[in-house]
Design a binder for this molecule. Sequence first.
Ligand SMILES: NC(=O)c1ccc[n+]([C@@H]2O[C@H](COP(=O)([O-])OP(=O)(O)OC[C@H]3O[C@@H](n4cnc5c(N)ncnc54)[C@H](OP(=O)(O)O)[C@@H]3O)[C@@H](O)[C@H]2O)c1
Length: 362
Amino acid sequence: MHAVLRRATWISLLVFAVNAGAQTTQKQWQLQKTGDAPLVLKLVDAPVRQPGEHEVLLRVHATSLNRRDIYVKAGQYRGEMKPNLVPLSDGAGEVVALGSGTKRFKKGDRVAAIFFPLWKDGRPKPEYLGSLGGGGLDGMLSQYVTISEEALVSIPKHLSYEEAATLPCAGVTAWNALVTRGHTQAGDFVLLQGTGGVAILGLQLSAALGAKPIITSSSDDKLARARQLGAVAGINYKTQPEWEKGVREATGGAGVQQVLEVGGKQSLPHSLASLGFGGHIALIGGLSEFGGDIPAYSLMGPNATASGIYVGSRADFEALNAFLEKHRLKPVYDKVFDFENAPAAYDYMDSGSLFGKVIIRL
Ligand SMILES: NC(=O)c1ccc[n+]([C@@H]2O[C@H](COP(=O)([O-])OP(=O)(O)OC[C@H]3O[C@@H](n4cnc5c(N)ncnc54)[C@H](OP(=O)(O)O)[C@@H]3O)[C@@H](O)[C@H]2O)c1
């Protein structure tokens, strides 16, 4: 017993020594609420929590915004939101301190947080999808984050922190839709909607898979930029509201094999009308409101399948990283904001100028 206690004390001392010199205070952004007023972002001083047994301490270097973060700030989070929440699910950084029982990482490792901290592999379970960073739990808009080592993946060596921070939500969602659930093949036509985070990462992945991406946008300038990333066709969904006609034209009448449906209620009928024989539609987003109906024959007729997607597992993230590494593929991102200027990054997301991901650098 004494020997066990002595060993535990030595391990604690060792961990303390290894982690000595670590930061004890930090700056972090919180979403704060006063009375009935909307949630406001406040930059505060906060303690740095040293890692527990199976946790590591990260020095966060980059985070990225997703549409979900805009919904959270607008008070539209569907679950129970933590008071004084540190927002943003997505971030990448360096391991600077280790808990006594950690095995997966060492100090100096470059890592990114996974979206669902408990979903490692296999099918999703309700308990995996409950609490997540930047919603029910504190997220990444903080100089330091103390986090379970199980909720992290290594970053591919060829990626910067900014590039890696684009991946946890939008990248894994696009990967899950295209590969894990969609089984995209070289030569498939892939339909992407708008030029936001999921769509642009989906475009880059489709092109690297040897597929033929077709993209919609409200802006001809953005369609031109998307073509430079490998889109074989671009359709303006504002000037051509029945854009499925453009999709049919671009595919020689056959329709697409994959749809990454992010538009939601208004776009769903057009997406279904774009679906080719044996195709797959990944139900992802609700940019025009979540919901909509799928008439049975719209899938039965073309022998198509539909999947409901909710980001993906750690295994999906690791498979995505391996693919990026193999293809030396670097996710593109749009604008980078300084940590002190985080509210401006939120404003930019809503400016209409967005093309892909918005980054906050720390
Ligand atoms: N289920 C999941 O796991 C999951 C994961 C990630 C995201 N999502 C959801 O998927 C959607 C996209 O997320 P995101 O982070 O990629 O969004 P985002 O980066 O904010 O994308 C915004 C862009 O989408 C385009 N857009 C806006 N309204 C549109 C509409 N009605 N139809 C088609 N395109 C439209 C616009 O592009 P243009 O300026 O080019 O027109 C806009 O710039 C959101 O609803 C988000 O909540 C779901």
